[in-house]
Design a protein. Structure first.
Length: 783
C-alpha cells in the first residue's frame, strides 16, 4: 500500500490558488466580454421627472436613426402580459417599463434595440415622451401623511407599505418608565449605494433549440432562473442562466431589474442576441439602493449602566416599489438583532415602511438584511448612554455583554445566538490598540483644546440565512447546496448554489474539500454560477455562503468519505468497521502502517471498487439548524482639525470573530474591503434627493468612492469562537466590517466633539457638518 506524503492540511492556511483563470477572479470573463454574432444593444429611455403622468410616447424619430431596430414601451409589455415584475420580497410588483406614470427620476420608460451601443443611445435620445409633472414625495415623513398617493395601482390607497414589529411593547414601556436613566436619539442611516466596479449587465439569446441562454451579473443565478420562468412564462428547463466573473455585487446584483426583462423580450421579439450594460449613472440612480432607515432609539439603564430596556421605532424609505430583497417572513430583514451583543431584559422594535418618489430601495448592501442599520443603531446608542452616565464606553459595554457561558443565548427579540466571547474580543482589541495610553493622550490633548476621539463598536451579526422553517425567498427555502465529484486521479470538482463575486470561493471551497478528504486543494476545481451544472441554491449575499454552501460542501465531502471507507476496506481486505480515518487517510484501526490515501481510493472507485457502487461523488442540500452569529470589536482613533472640521482617522483596528477561519488571507481581504466601504459610508457617501425628488448623486464626482489616498491603514486581529452547529465551526464574515465599522467611526468623531457638547451627527460625517458642529458649539459657548 501507498506511503504517500500526508496531504496538505487545508483549513486555516492562507493558501493561494494557482494562477489559473478557472480559479482566479478577474482573469476570466465578464458579461460585457460576451459577444455573439448578430448581437443588438439595448439602451433604456429614462424619466427626467420623479413623478409624472406620461401623456404620449412618440418613437417615430428613434426608428429613423440608422441601426435602430425596435423600440418597446410599457404599453407594449403590458399587452404581452409582461408589464409588471414581482419583487423578490413577494408583496409588491414593479413596472418593467413605466405604465401610465413614472414614479422616480431615471425610471425606465422605453427600450431601444440597435446594432451598436451608440445607435441604441442615440435612439433612446430620440424617443419623445410628453410628461405632465405631478407633486413628488421625497421623504417618508411626507409620504406618511398620504396627501399624495403614489401607487394607485395598489388596492390599499396609502403610501404605507408595511408595519412590522417584534418584542414586548408594553413590557419595554414599563421597564423604560422605571429606569433610572433613559436616553433617546433619532439616528438616520442614510441612503447609500454599493456602487460595484462593474455595473449590472446581461446578454440574452435564444439558441437554435429556442432555449434562453442568459449571461448575467447575478449573485443568485438559480433564483433568477425561477423568477424569469415565473415572469416570462418560459418553461424553466428552457432557461440557462450563466453568471460569469462578477466585478463586485454587494447586494446590488440580487434583484431582477427591468433591463434584464427588456433584453429577454428584445431577444425573443427580434430573434437576435441582446446585450444590456448599465452605465454608471443608471447604476447609481435606478438599481440597488440600501439603508434609508430613520431610527428612534431609546435605551433605559440603571445608574451603574446595566441596560433595563430598549425600544426602536423606525420609519423606512423604500422608494417607488417595495423591491427590498428580504426573506418573505422578514419585511424588515434581521432588524431584530438590534439588541446587539448585550443583555437587554426587555425590548421592542418596529418598522413602518413607505413609498416615496425615489428609486426602489432596501437591498442588503453587504449586510444580512438590515443588520447594518440595527448594529449602527445599538452601537451609537450605547455611546450616547455611556456619555449620559459618564461611564467609559468600553466599561459600559463590558457591564452589559452577554457572557460567554450564556450561549446559546435567547435574545429579547427572538434570536438564539449560537456562540460568542465578546469580553475576550474587546479585551484583545483594547490591548492591541493600547486603549489606556490612548485615553491618557486624549486627556492631555483635551486639556490643550485639541479634538481627539476614540470610537468603539462591539457588534454582533446574524448571518447564514437560513433555516428553511423561517427563511424563504419567493417561497423557495433558503438552504444551499454542494455537489462534489472526485475523479479517478484524486482531482475533483465542487459546484455550489452560491456565486462568488470576489469573495474567493474558488480558494476556500477547495480548502474545505481538501480538509475533509485529504486531497490537494490545488487539484479541486470550483465552479459556480451556471444553472445547468450547479445544484440549486439561493446564491451569495448576506454572508450566507460559508454558513450554508460551506457547510453543504463539508457534508457532501463526508458522504464521499463514508463511501470511500467501504472501498478502503475492500482495498485493505478488512471489514468496514476495522477502518478508521486518521491523519487524512484510511488505516486499519490501530495499524498506521496499513493505510490507503483518498487518492488511491479514488482510483479504485473507478477501477476496482469491489462490491461497492463505482464512482465517487455526492450532493448535499444543507438546511442550517440556526443562523451563525459572528461578532467583532472595532476601535477607531480620530483627530479633528478645529479650524477646518477635517477628520483624520489615525488608527483603525478590527478584531473579528467568525468562528473557524478557512483562509486567513481571504478573510483579511474581506475585512479590508468592508472597512473601506464602511469608511466611505461614514464619511463620504449619501444618495441625496432634493425636496422635488431629484437625485443629486448620479456619478462618481458626486457620489464619492475612497481612493488609496483617503483610505486609512487597517489593522486586524481575530478571536475564534466556533459555531457549535456548523460542520466546521465557521461563521460568515464578508459583511462584518461593513456592519461593524460605521458606528466605530461615528463614535470616534462624536467622542472627539463631546467636550463641545455635540451628541450626535448623522452620516456621512463630512468636513462641512463637523465644522458647523464646532462653530455651533463655539457660538453657544460664546453666546
Ligand atoms: O456569502 P459570502 O461569500 O459573501 O460571505 P462569507 O460566507 O462570509 O465568505 C466570504 C469569504 O471568506 C469566502 O471565501 C469564505 O469562505 C471566507 N471565509 C473564511 O475563510 N472563513 C470564515 N470563517 C468565513 C468566511
Amino acid at each position: 500500500m501507498s506511503t504517500d506524503a500526508k496531504p496538505r492540511h487545508a483549513i486555516g492556511h492562507a493558501i493561494k490558488r494557482k494562477e489559473d483563470p478557472r480559479f482566479v477572479q478577474g482573469k476570466g470573463h465578464y458579461v460585457d466580454d460576451v459577444t455573439l454574432p448578430g448581437m443588438l444593444y439595448l439602451s433604456l429611455v429614462r424619466s427626467p421627472y420623479p413623478h409624472a403622468e406620461i401623456k404620449r410616447i412618440d418613437i417615430s424619430d428613434a426608428l429613423k436613426i440608422p441601426g435602430v431596430k425596435a423600440v418597446i414601451t410599457g404599453a407594449d409589455l403590458e399587452a404581452a402580459g409582461l408589464g409588471w415584475l414581482p419583487t423578490f420580497h413577494g408583496f409588491d410588483k414593479q413596472m418593467v417599463l413605466a405604465i401610465g406614470k413614472v414614479l422616480f427620476q431615471y425610471q425606465e420608460v422605453a427600450a431601444v434595440f440597435a446594432e451598436t451601443r451608440a445607435a441604441a443611445a442615440d435612439g433612446a435620445e430620440a424617443v419623445q415622451v410628453e410628461y405632465e409633472p405631478l407633486p413628488a414625495v421625497s421623504d417618508p415623513f411626507t409620504a406618511k401623511k398620504d396627501e399624495v398617493i403614489l401607487r394607485p395601482d395598489r388596492e390599499a390607497k396609502t403610501n404605507h407599505i408595511f408595519h412590522w414589529e417584534v418584542g414586548d411593547r408594553d413590557g419595554a414601556d414599563r421597564a423604560l418608565e422605571k429606569s433610572a436613566r433613559r436616553v433617546k436619539q433619532r439616528i438616520w442611516f442614510q441612503r447609500c449605494h454599493p456602487a460595484p466596479l462593474e455595473p449590472c449587465a446581461c446578454v440574452a439569446h435564444f439558441d437554435t433549440m429556442g432555449r434562453l441562454q442568459f449571461h448575467v451579473t447575478s449573485q443568485a443565478p438559480h433564483v433568477y432562473r425561477t423568477a424569469l420562468a415565473i415572469v416570462t412564462g418560459i418553461p424553466e428547463d428552457k432557461i440557462h442562466v450563466m453568471a460569469p466573473d462578477i466585478g463586485g455585487g454587494f447586494g446590488n446584483k440580487v434583484p431582477v431589474y427591468p433591463g434584464y426583462v427588456c433584453a429577454i423580450v428584445g431577444a425573443l421579439k427580434l430573434g437576435r442576441p441582446v446585450k444590456w450594460v448599465e452605465t454608471r449613472t443608471e447604476n447609481l440612480t435606478s438599481t440597488g439602493f440600501a439603508r434609508d432607515y430613520h431610527m428612534d432609539v431609546e435605551l433605559g439603564a440603571s445608574p451603574d449602566g446595566r441596560l433595563t430596556a430598549m425600544k426602536v421605532s423606525t420609519t423606512a424609505d423604500h422608494g417607488a416599489f417595495d423591491a427590498a430583497a428580504d426573506p418573505t417572513k422578514y419585511p424588515a430583514g434581521m432588524f431584530g438583532i438590534v439588541t446587539g451583543s448585550y443583555q437587554v431584559p426587555v425590548a421592542h422594535a418596529e418598522v413602518d415602511a413607505y413609498f416615496t418618489n425615489k428609486a426602489p430601495g432596501g437591498i442588503a448592501y453587504r449586510c444580512s438584511f438590515r443588520v447594518t442599520e440595527a448594529s449602527y443603531a445599538i452601537e451609537r446608542a450605547m455611546d450616547i448612554l455611556a456619555d449620559d452616565l459618564g461611564i467609559d464606553a468600553a466599561e459600559l459595554r463590558r457591564r452589559n455583554f452577554i457572557a460567554k457561558d450564556q450561549f446559546p443565548y435567547a435574545s429579547a427579540l427572538g434570536f438564539t445566538y449560537d456562540s460568542g466571547d465578546y469580553e475576550q474580543t474587546l479585551t484583545k482589541a483594547l490591548e492591541t490598540i493600547g486603549y489606556q495610553d490612548l485615553l491618557k493622550e486624549q486627556a492631555e490633548k483635551r486639556a490643550r483644546g485639541e479634538l481627539m476621539g476614540i470610537g468603539l463598536s462591539t457588534f454582533t451579526e446574524v448571518v447564514g440565512a437560513g433555516p428553511s422553517k423561517h427563511f424563504d425567498i419567493l417561497g423557495i427555502k433558503m438552504f444551499d447546496s454542494a455537489e462534489i465529484r472526485i475523479h479517478p486521479t484524486g482531482a475533483g470538482i465542487v459546484r455550489t448554489g452560491t456565486k462568488s463575486q470576489g469573495q474567493g470561493h474558488e480558494t476556500t471551497w477547495a480548502q474545505i474539500v481538501a480538509e475533509e478528504l485529504g486531497l490537494d486543494p490545488q487539484t479541486i476545481m470550483v465552479e459556480e454560477g451556471d444553472t445547468d451544472t450547479a445544484p440549486y441554491g439561493l446564491g451569495t449575499y448576506a454572508s450566507r455562503s460559508t454558513p450554508t454552501a460551506g457547510a453543504a460542501i463539508a457534508m457532501a465531502a463526508r458522504r464521499i468519505r463514508e463511501k470511500a471507507r467501504k472501498i478502503a476496506a475492500h482495498l485493505l481486505e478488512v471489514g468496514e468497521g476495522d477502518v478508521e480515518w486518521k491523519d487524512y487517510k484510511f488505516q486499519i484501526t490501530g495499524v498506521p502502517t496499513k493505510s490507503v490515501t483518498m487518492k488511491e481510493v479514488a482510483f479504485a472507485a473507478y477501477t476496482n471498487p469491489g462490491q461497492n457502487e463505482p464512482g465517487l461523488e455526492a450532493t448535499h442540500y444543507y438546511d442550517p439548524p440556526n443562523m451563525t452569529f459572528p461578532s467583532g470589536a472595532y476601535v477607531a482613533v480620530v483627530d479633528i482639525d478645529r479650524e477646518t472640521g477635517e477628520v483624520k482617522v489615525r488608527r483603525f483596528l478590527a478584531v473579528d470573530d467568525c468562528g473557524t477561519v478557512i483562509n486567513p488571507l481571504v478573510v483579511e481581504g474581506q475585512i479590508h474591503g468592508g472597512l473601506t466601504e464602511g469608511f466611505a459610508i461614514a464619511f463620504m457617501q449619501e444618495i441625496q434627493y432634493d425636496h422635488e425628488g431629484n437625485n443629486l448623486n448620479t456619478n462618481f464626482t458626486d457620489y464619492l468612492i475612497p481612493t488609496a489616498l483617503e483610505t486609512p491603514h487597517w489593522e486586524t486581529a481575530k478571536t475564534v469562537t466556533p459555531s457549535p452547529h456548523h460542520p466546521i465551526g465557521a461563521k460568515g464574515v464578508g459583511e462584518s466590517p461593513n456592519v461593524g465599522s460605521p458606528a466605530a467611526f461615528v463614535n470616534a468623531v462624536i467622542d472627539a466633539l463631546s467636550p463641545l457638547g455635540v451628541r450626535h451627527i448623522d452620516m456621512p460625517i463630512t468636513r462641512d457638518k463637523v465644522w458647523r458642529a464646532i462653530r455651533g458649539a463655539q457660538a453657544v459657548s460664546v453666546g
